[in-house]
Design a protein around this ligand. Structure first.
Ligand SMILES: NC(=O)C1=CN([C@@H]2O[C@H](COP(=O)(O)OP(=O)(O)OC[C@H]3O[C@@H](n4cnc5c(N)ncnc54)[C@H](OP(=O)(O)O)[C@@H]3O)[C@@H](O)[C@H]2O)[C@@H](O)CC1
Ligand SMILES: Nc1ncnc2c1ncn2[C@@H]1O[C@H](COP(=O)(O)OP(=O)(O)O)[C@@H](O)[C@H]1O
Ligand SMILES: [K+]
Length: 504
């Protein structure tokens, strides 16, 4: 699914109005009815609504939602926050409609007119500004936003939390942005909804399709994509009948040190469960017993180091390498990594301490094979890419790194972003906060190496693995709970994930 800019979304609206064709007020009606349906499904008739409207089309949405809820018997109160006298035509049309219906409607001109916010079974609907915000909120609008953030326990924003710009908030004043519990956004996600730093404002966000013209969307150019099942399913290969373990590649997991053998074991198990034909774990001697006992399906190659990985020759040809979980940063491990990378000619997966080591050693970065997949979490990313001010700058640094190293950079977190060397960026849609638990990144490393071994291209490997990993997290959380989720639960879910994706 594409992520378009506010400018492109405005064009999509206009294109739809012209070529569907549909009048703009009907498109607004459609958007509003998607919202009121969503609300009615979630909150029963005992809930009341206080709807705060600006004077643009976002405010127009608010008025239409108010009318639709009122018609279904809900207790609705509407407030126009009169920060400007320039009402949009569709706002004026909907204002007339609610006035004709005697829906309680007040115009707020100054803070002393802010109404008390009902605390029990009450929803505040925020339709002050949507994608038309063109400067940080000030004056009456800013006061209204602060007041609602202070008084409302349950705010739902329409299209965007008011005060939040759809893309770039680096110059914004975040004190004057609505803090929503849910954001209902139209048709396609906006970039700002995907940034962790905007989480406190956006809350949970939901996409409501409003039938923008598919031709406009398919022809629109963008570097940003939202990764959904629709994109992933066609990429998956089904196993053919006359295949054998040699058909599915050989993974080598290079991982572990004393006290951190768990990382190696998790990555190795994940590689096995990913469908790779063969998996070898290259580990320090101290891990031999635990690896062989816990994971008898894997072969073990002992490094010359007892407690850490140190220089020894490692065969890399014919393997998909997953390097880094739990290896530490000892001086001899650094030398080992350098020699390993020098030797390795095909794309590998680099994670954890492998990334920390290359962050400190620029010359080592040049040794990374082209189209390798790097999987930093935000701290590791910062070590390689340097400081950044906000998530937009972080994204730019991610692009710069992917281009500089000619690698795929997977920046982990909620909505993990996957950046290709040519600058395309995919945001993942699966996963949950339960996955913020030690070892879940190690599982991802094993899964990526395992898919790479099976002949998927590095780009497709990264997309599929990140999506499946998150899906496994969602299944695990559904079966148990977000709180109790541990990394090995993810591996246990791989079976179900593959079954549902490939066989269905
Ligand atoms: N088009 C369609 O078909 C559909 C559109 N839809 C809906 O329309 C929304 C976009 O509507 P929009 O473009 O009218 O902009 P909106 O977000 O209401 O704000 C603009 C108003 O705010 C003002 N303003 C801006 N910044 C300000 C500030 N800091 N402080 C004070 N004022 C400020 C600006 O005034 P001005 O800059 O001219 O002073 C203008 O009056 C979109 O998010 C979606 O909800 C849906 O119905 C689906 C169909
Ligand atoms: N809030 C979240 N929502 C979705 N996925 C998350 C969230 N927090 C973490 N994850 C995922 O969990 C994994 C954590 O990886 P990482 O930080 O490397 O863990 P570790 O180093 O302990 O193995 C990543 O794949 C990340 O995308
Ligand atoms: K809004």
């Amino acid at each position: 699914m594409k992520i378009l800019s506010a400018e492109q979304i405005r064009e999509a609206d206009q294109y739809t109005i012209k070529y569907e064709p549909i009048v703009s007020s009907e498109l607004m009606e459609r958007a509003a009815s998607k919202c009121s349906e969503w609300l009615r499904k979630k909150y029963d008739i005992h809930y009341s609504y206080q709807i705060f409207c600006g004077v643009g089309n976002n405010g127009g949405d608010g008025l239409a939602i108010a009318r639709q809820l009122f018609q279904k018997g809900f207790d609705v109160k509407v407030y126009q926050v009169a920060f400007s006298s320039k009402k949009s035509p569709d706002f004026i049309l909907n204002e007339k409609r609610i006035q004709d219906m005697d829906i309680p409607y007040k115009i707020i001109k100054r803070p002393s007119e802010f109404p008390p916010i009902k605390q029990q079974k009450n929803i505040v609907i925020d339709t002050l500004f949507g994608s038309g915000l063109n400067r940080p909120a000030r004056g009456l609008a800013a006061d209204m936003i602060s007041y609602l953030n202070q008084e409302s326990r349950h705010t739902i924003s329409i299209d965007l939390p008011s005060g939040l710009f759809p893309e770039d908030n680096s110059e914004n004043d975040m004190d004057f942005v609505i803090k929503a519990r849910h954001t209902l956004t139209f048709e396609l996600p906006k970039l700002a909804l995907l940034f962790p730093e905007n989480g406190p404002f956006v809350g949970q966000w939901h996409l409501l399709p409003i039938g923008l013209h598919p031709r406009f969307i398919s022809e629109a150019e963008t570097n940003y994509h939202f990764l959904t099942l629709e994109e992933i399913k066609p990429l998956l290969q089904k196993r053919k009948k006359y295949t054998h373990k040699g058909s599915f590649g050989h993974v080598k997991i290079v991982a572990g040190s004393r006290g951190k053998m768990g990382a190696a074991i998790l990555a190795t198990k994940a590689a096995l469960r990913s469908g790779a034909g063969l998996v070898t774990a290259h580990i320090p001697g101290c891990g031999l017993e635990s690896m062989q006992t816990s994971t008898p399906e894997a072969m073990v190659e002992e490094n010359s180091g007892t407690n850490i990985l140190q220089e020894s020759s490692v065969e890399t040809t014919g393997y998909s390498l997953g390097i880094g979980p739990g290896i530490g940063k000892d001086h001899s491990t650094k030398n080992f990594l350098r020699a390993l990378l020098k030797n390795c000619k095909s794309p590998a997966v680099l994670d954890a301490d492998a990334l920390n080591i290359i962050a400190e050693d620029e010359s080592c970065q040049k040794l990374i094979p082209a189209l390798s997949i790097l999987t930093p979490h935000p701290k590791e990313f910062q070590r390689i890419a340097g400081e950044y001010k906000g998530d937009l700058e972080k994204l730019q640094k991610q692009k710069d790194l992917a281009r500089k190293l000619n690698c795929i950079v997977v920046l982990k977190g909620a909505h993990t972003s996957i950046c290709m060397p040519d600058g395309r960026i995919y945001f993942n849609s699966t996963g949950n906060p339960g996955m913020a638990t030690g070892g879940s990144g190690d599982v991802l490393t094993g899964l990526i190496a395992g898919l790479l071994a099976q002949g998927y291209s590095p780009e497709n490997t990264a997309l599929i693995a990140v999506f499946l990993h998150g899906m496994a997290g969602d299944y695990a959380a559904a079966e148990e709970s977000v709180e109790s989720l541990i990394a090995s639960d993810l591996i246990h879910q791989f079976g179900k994930v593959f079954r549902n994706l490939i066989d269905s």
